[in-house]
Design a protein. Sequence first.
Length: 416
Amino acid sequence: MNRRLRVLLSAYACEPRRGSEPGVGWNQARQAARFHEVWILTRRNNRQAIEAELVRKPLPHAHWVYYDLPRWLSFWKKGQRGVHLYYYLWQLGAYRRCRQLQEKVRFDLVHHVTFVNYWTPSLAAFLPVPFLWGPVGGGESAPRPFWATFSWRGKVFELLRDAARWLGESDPLVWLTARRARLALATTPETARRLARLGCASIRVLGASALDEGEIENLATRPVSAGDSLRLLSVGRLVHLKGYHLSLKAFARMRKTFPEATYWLIGDGPERRRLEKQAERLCLGDSVRFLGWLPRDQVLRLLAAGDLLVHPCLHDSGCWTCLEAMAAGCPVVCFDTGGPAIHVSKESGIRVPVTSPRQAVEQMAEALERLGADRRLRFRMGEAARRRVRQFFSWDRKGELQREIYLRVVKEAGSR
């Protein structure tokens, strides 16, 4: 098939120069337009950033379609309190626009890109066109034994999240979305199992995270840390699910062997005060620093200058911080669950099993001590991490893989 396919992308979140959901939407659209004629349905509030970026880097095969609900409904997402309800309503309203586009364009394929969430429907699935769903995530859960270590805020969050997933999995529109998908892409094996229970006939595990080629090349110019000092870094929101209350305990144990080691936490959030008090109880003193939010360029410089990235997240579909650290030549110590488990290999870091809080802390401390004691091992892992990102986790590589998936889905749909 040599011609460019006509593809409709549903990308509620889509914004250039961003990470997380907006970055996924933008980069998936950009890569699809490399090979195909693409119509991207997204929200109007993304328009200014998109059009400014298109002045710098035009995408001649991308056609932008902006849709929003009536202004009075924006009440539901004010302060992020009801963003998922607003998104659900947006899906319902956007379906009419999708049908209008289908009558005009006659798509070969429709692809749901964002939100990266398996438990809300994508009504684009109901067009008479082969439907590709994902990558979608959200099927990961914090192991139950770890709930006892959470703050009350963390426990409430997990209960509400479980309730939201249960409601989503009971939604007939979600079931129909799953059954209409020619192929569902799951960010993690945990999500893949939930998609199978929803009735997806064909599922493939494929992470949503990647880095731009320019970022990878920029980070590759930074020398891999091989000094005698030992600096640990964590980057992310200070919330319970990030597991920093566990990595602080592991660092306290490791520091008995490496008293000069330091641990810097970059980010902010509702758990900060609780973590600061924990660091005081552990008598960590100035060895732990809470740096708050920093500009992205500064974060990347710190990652390149660090010795280890500690990423103790207990449920995470994505893994941008890990990829950035790996591209900078910084080995990763993470839990063997969610997105990090499929992004971090045994050559580029250490994945710690999660069966109980005590076991996880002990084994994370052992991993930190092992890497702290072996500078050559840190260097080898850092170099392997860079190679892994270049080989598997650049957006250009994902674009080539996306092209193969599109062609396969359309070919298989045509043969039935």
